[in-house]
Design a protein around this ligand. Structure first.
Ligand code: FPP
Length: 249
């Protein structure tokens, strides 16, 4: 009888458990190209992308990474063809409904960042339930950026702070970085240590602009549907070779 190899189920021996990123963020790029290369509709690329994300979440949990943030839909993605936007909305809803029980069992705590108000009501309801049902889970924090844009996030924080000042609840000289962060969608969440972007594009595309001030960037040519544990291991290995100075020498 052959046993299935358990390769990379545990943290690979060449990674230092003490120096793992606490928070990994991903820009899941290349679903469309992956599908096109195979003569498939773009929607198939997104479906495969969901499987990849699920496997990465499991891997982060297995390897002891505390937080994974995925850029699932940007404020700019509304300008895609209506058919694709509708497909993505329906896909998120289906995936949330389908995976909720397993996420609950596996100790995943799910949260969302972004302006959820323009999303379809049925999707908002799935989101509400998923957040509510997983809120006490301790296994891993999974943050989905949905209708998210970094500039928009910073602007809404400015507006909220200005409103507090106008009402006399906050003084101008009390505003510092720590206070400002409380008004971001990510209040209470540590900044990402590592950003992974697939499919080779060298940009951050309006993702976590404030939070990524000192994040290490890792870009791979691999298209998102093919980003597996081996690729993730490679990214972590690269991250651990870096010397993070945070402006010091
Ligand atoms: C980018 O590839 C991918 C997206 C805009 C959508 C990613 C969404 C998922 C993988 C689903 C996540 C689901 C949940 C529930 C969190 P692209 O379409 O820009 O690819 P291309 O650059 O090759 O065209």
């Amino acid at each position: 009888m052959t046993t299935k190899p358990t390769v990379l189920r545990d943290l690979p021996a060449d990674l230092d458990v003490q120096r793992l990123p606490k928070h990994v963020a991903v820009i899941m790029d290349g679903n469309g190209r992956w599908a096109k290369e195979r003569g498939l509709p773009r929607s198939m690329g997104h479906r495969r992308g969901v499987d990849t994300l699920k496997e990465l979440l499991r891997c982060c949990k297995d390897w002891g990474i505390q937080t994974l943030t995925a850029y699932a839909f940007s404020t700019e993605n509304w300008s895609r063809p209506l058919e694709e936007v509708d497909f993505l909305m329906a896909l998120f809803e289906r995936v949330l409904r389908r995976e909720l029980r397993e996420m609950t069992q596996e100790g995943v705590r799910i949260n969302f960042v972004g302006d959820l108000s323009p999303l379809p009501a049925s999707l908002r309801e799935e989101i509400r339930q998923a957040v509510e049902q997983t809120r006490n889970n301790q296994g891993i924090q999974f943050i989905v950026a949905k209708n998210y844009g970094g500039r928009g996030e910073i602007l809404q924080a400015c507006r909220a702070i200005a409103d507090q000042v106008q009402q006399g609840l906050l003084q101008l000289d009390e505003i510092n970085e720590a206070i400002f962060e409380q008004y971001l969608y990510t209040a209470g969440i540590c900044d990402p240590d590592l950003l992974i972007r697939t499919s080779g594009e060298m940009r951050i595309s309006n993702f976590l602009l404030w939070q990524m001030a000192y994040t290490e960037l890792y870009v791979t040519e691999t298209l998102w549907p093919e980003f597996d544990r081996i690729e993730f291991h490679r990214a972590l290995h690269d991250y651990q070779r870096r010397h993070r100075r945070f402006g010091r020498i």
